[in-house]
Design a protein around this ligand. Structure first.
Ligand code: MN
Length: 204
């Protein structure tokens, strides 16, 4: 096994002052070098904590650990995407062309309509969060997404290898309210071949 990796604060592809007057130098510097960095550090500290607990086979509060981990990883990944879809005003702005222009036009009817919906999505995010343009491969439709905080426990853009439904509707006929019994039973019916296939597809 190769050595375990940790997260790294990415360099910006422009200087802190390059987005003025839309984002000031001070705002961008603090946002990137202090706030984004805090997520990188936070995620790495939790990963180290996990490594140590596993080494000693120590107990962990999984619920709070995973919540904090997803907050920090989500913060890191989303900021990394955010910086890359910004560019100095001499290059950026205007309207998208190419495939993106076509896809937005087909979905929203016009770029102006997309802009209006995205703006309203961003302005109305509950509490702290993000607005994102995403794409559904199943329908081929771009879909606007609101992300509350950085996560709500999801690691944005991570690929799921294995998943277990623990909604009560998945087990109440067989196990009533005994979620633990259902989780125990799950280990007898996992299709490891499929899970392995998913992993190998990503590693290729
Ligand atoms: Mn931020």
């Amino acid at each position: 096994m190769e050595e375990k990796k940790f997260y790294v604060l990415p360099q910006l592809t422009f200087n802190y002052g390059d987005l003025t007057p839309y984002i000031s130098e001070e705002q961008l510097r603090i946002h990137h070098s202090i706030h984004h960095k805090a997520y990188v550090n936070g995620a790495n500290i939790i990963l180290q904590k996990l490594d140590e607990a596993r080494k000693k086979d120590a107990e962990l509060d999984m619920k709070s650990t995973l919540k904090a981990l997803s907050w920090n990883i989500g913060g890191h990944l989303l900021h990394s995407l955010f910086w890359r879809n910004l560019t100095p005003p001499s290059i950026g702005g205007g309207k998208p062309g190419g495939t993106l222009g076509d896809v937005l036009e087909r979905e929203f009817g016009s770029f102006e309509r997309f802009k209006k919906e995205f703006t309203q999505a961003a302005v109305s995010v509950e509490g702290s969060g993000w607005a994102a343009l995403s794409f559904c491969r199943q329908t081929g439709r771009p879909i606007i997404m609101q992300i509350e905080k950085h996560n709500t426990n999801v690691y944005p853009m991570f690929r799921i290898l294995m998943i277990l439904d623990v909604f009560e509707h998945a087990y109440y006929i067989d196990y009533k309210n005994k979620r633990g019994k259902f989780v125990e039973a799950f280990w007898n019916i996992v299709n490891w071949e499929e899970v392995n296939k998913r992993l190998e597809k990503i590693l290729k």
